[in-house]
Design a protein around this ligand. Structure first.
Ligand SMILES: CC(C)(COP(=O)(O)OP(=O)(O)OC[C@H]1O[C@@H](n2cnc3c(N)ncnc32)[C@H](O)[C@@H]1OP(=O)(O)O)[C@@H](O)C(=O)NCCC(=O)NCCS
Length: 344
């Protein structure tokens, strides 16, 4: 018999669920009419091609940290827990412009989460789903009692207002959820993945180092720096989302043992209303299942879009606490994440 000492087994919660959700929407509304002062387009084109009527853009005081603290405060209040019990803070974002340190540590400190591990993840529009999967694992794995997952973006900082194909799409905001122990399964198996062969389909125009190197080269010529922005091959993303993501959504339903007609809500990433409609068709979602259509007033807020849409559906009474919701995020990477969850 070996004398090797055995590591004490770790025990976590049997199941996890979302205990609370909260959002923050910036004060400044940018209607399509304002976008039309930047690009050659029309209100009708933007509405029919994307479903967007207006979006919110953050002001100077609405930083990534500030929006996150506001959204998280609401989620914590709904969960009814002391922030000191939060044993992990995960912030999903692609638009926090200061790379080090992770913005999550400051947010954890502001919220009173003690010495909770806090870190940022970069998974674009699948960021909230990725964070939810990690939180579920932490709660069930016994390394945290409660985990705060935040999806937050200031995409206006990375929007080229002269680019016709993206200027009308992006918005700012924050959404947060508290994940914690549960007596019954509240988060189904996460179906997630990536396809790096399509890394250039949605990306920042330039890395910061090459942008700054050019700045050095033109310094003195008075040309200044061209700030990197987000670019995307709209049609390629559209086709991928419609064909591949409907399959991923179905896999999440199958993994959870749930049929579409048992859902109380469908909350896809708010990328484009036509993508949502195509997914509804592919999933044969009954007309009785309420669908998140937050994109109309919010635009595409990447990692923040699912929790913001979830909060709106619960606040408006379109969906109810305890209902099952299918969530799916997808975007730059390309990356995706889908799961069936019980609404808080
Ligand atoms: C961006 C998107 C709305 C563009 O719609 P689209 O139908 O693919 O548009 P296209 O780029 O094919 O352009 C179609 C026509 O509209 C024109 N057009 C493009 N942008 C326009 C604009 N802002 N206003 C008016 N016309 C525009 C094009 O010039 C083209 O005209 P043409 O037919 O005369 O050549 C759409 O591709 C999309 O939503 N893709 C997915 C985006 C997404 O989900 N991104 C986030 C993933 S996280």
């Amino acid at each position: 018999m070996s004398n090797t000492p055995q590591i004490r087994p770790v025990t976590g919660a049997r199941y996890s669920r979302i205990h609370g959700v909260g959002g923050y929407r910036p004060i400044r509304v940018i209607p399509n009419a304002e976008v039309l002062t930047w690009i050659d387009s029309s209100d009708e084109w933007i509405r029919t091609r994307s479903g967007i009527a207006e979006r919110r853009w953050a002001g100077p005081d609405e930083s990534v940290t500030e929006m996150s603290v506001q959204a998280a405060g609401k989620a914590i209040a709904q969960a009814g827990i002391d922030p000191a019990r939060i044993g992990g803070v995960i912030v999903a974002t692609v638009s926090h412009l200061k790379q080090t340190p992770a913005v999550a540590t400051e947010i954890a400190e502001r919220l009173g989460c003690g010495t909770a591990p806090a870190f940022d993840i970069s998974a674009a529009c699948a960021g909230f789903g990725y964070g939810l999967g990690l939180a579920d694992g932490m709660v069930r794995g016994g390394t945290a009692e409660y985990v705060l997952v935040i999806g937050v973006e200031r995409l206006s900082d990375l929007t080229d207002t002269s680019d016709r194909s993206t200027a009308f799409i992006f918005g700012d905001g924050a959404g947060a959820a508290i994940v914690g122990p549960s007596d019954t399964p509240g988060i189904g198996k996460l179906v997630w993945g990536s396809d790096g062969s399509q890394k250039d389909v949605i990306s920042q125009t330039e890395a910061w180092d090459t942008a700054f190197a050019k700045e050095d080269a033109v310094n003195g010529a008075g040309e200044g720096i061209k700030w990197p922005a987000l670019r995307m091959e709209g049609q390629t993303v559209f086709r991928w989302a419609v064909w591949e993501m409907a399959k991923v959504a179905q896999q999440a339903l199958d993994a959870a043992g749930i049929t579409a007609d048992q859902l109380g809500a469908f909350i896809p990433h708010q990328a484009n209303m036509r993508i949502t409609d195509a997914m509804i068709k592919a999933l044969k979602l009954p007309a009785s299942v309420p669908v998140a259509r937050d994109i109309t007033e919010t635009g595409n807020t990447s990692a923040a879009s699912i929790p913001l849409a979830m909060e709106r559906m619960l606040e408006s009474g379109e969906a109810r606490s305890g209902d099952l919701a299918l969530i799916i995020g997808f975007g730059a990477g390309l990356v995706y994440a889908a799961a069936v969850v019980t609404l808080p």
